[in-house]
Design a protein around this ligand. Structure first.
Ligand code: BEZ
Length: 253
């Protein structure tokens, strides 16, 4: 999950409350992995291990890695083999049949470093299957957050912690690191937010708010929520985020 260590921190309890939908919505990419019993799988950006646990239930032998110590503690509490490791500095050598990643790669802003480490971690002909935020993901949220910082005299673009590539762009990263792309596509997926936009902003927007002194953050939060309401909130007060996923399946040549 969090590879963006300086600006984004993860509290496992807050994450479970505001973002459990992230692992709940991981079924599509889970099916694409088509796990076989006994396979060795690396779960890259495993977070609190909700999906890692499902891989184990399907008979895989799984190692989960995440840059967040807090999330790894939560994953270990489930009895998982989970290790603190930065996705941009993976340290495995031809150990896995598959590398799996859900909702994590957009936090890793050096995709070549990530994919190079994934290639090294896989056995020959191993597969890399994942889903993360793609081009135009959370566009409304991103514009509102950047604009609110610009209005306060900050460079809002510098605060963006995410990498949301097009299929072409990410396909090239995969191919230049020795993969053949079997499948890659953007999937628009409007996503209801169970704890509203405020919970989402607090859990995922930290890098924008941390630019400001504490005293200015509530005001910016109110402004961002007001900006987003017309496009993301319905007449019943229910919030839906404008998620667009990039889902892919690639095989090491
Ligand atoms: C996502 O899962 O697409 C996402 C998560 C946090 C911030 C932005 C996007």
């Amino acid at each position: 999950m969090g590879s963006h260590k300086q600006r984004q921190s993860w509290n496992a309890a807050d994450y479970a409350r505001n973002a459990r939908f992230v692992s709940d919505l991981g079924a599509g990419v889970f099916d694409l992995l088509d796990i076989q019993a006994g396979e060795r799988v690396l779960d890259l950006g495993c977070g609190d291990g909700a999906l890692t646990e499902k891989l184990v239930e399907h008979g895989a032998v799984v190692v989960g890695v995440d840059a967040s110590e807090n999330q790894i503690s939560a994953a270990r509490a489930r009895g998982l083999d989970a290790r603190v490791m930065d996705g941009e500095g993976l340290d495995f050598d031809q150990e896995f049949d598959a590398v799996f990643s859900n909702a994590a790669l957009h936090w890793m802003t050096d995709p070549n470093a990530v994919v190079q480490g994934v290639a090294a971690a896989l056995k020959p002909n191993g597969r890399f299957v994942g889903e993360f935020g793609g081009h135009t993901n959370v566009a409304a949220c991103l514009v509102a957050l950047v604009a609110a910082l610009v209005r306060r005299g900050y460079n809002g673009l510098d605060a963006i912690p995410w990498y949301f590539p097009t299929p072409d762009e990410y396909g090239q990263v995969l191919e230049s690191n020795g993969f053949s792309v079997e499948e890659i596509a953007l999937i628009p997926r409007p996503t209801p937010l169970p704890t509203g936009i405020e919970g989402w902003l607090m859990t995922f927007g930290e890098s924008f708010f941390s630019v400001l002194p504490e005293s200015g953050r509530d005001d910016m939060k109110r402004e961002v929520i007001d900006l987003l309401r017309p496009s993301l909130c319905d007449s019943e007060g229910r919030w839906t985020a404008d998620y667009v996923r990039l889902r892919f399946h690639a095989t090491l040549d």
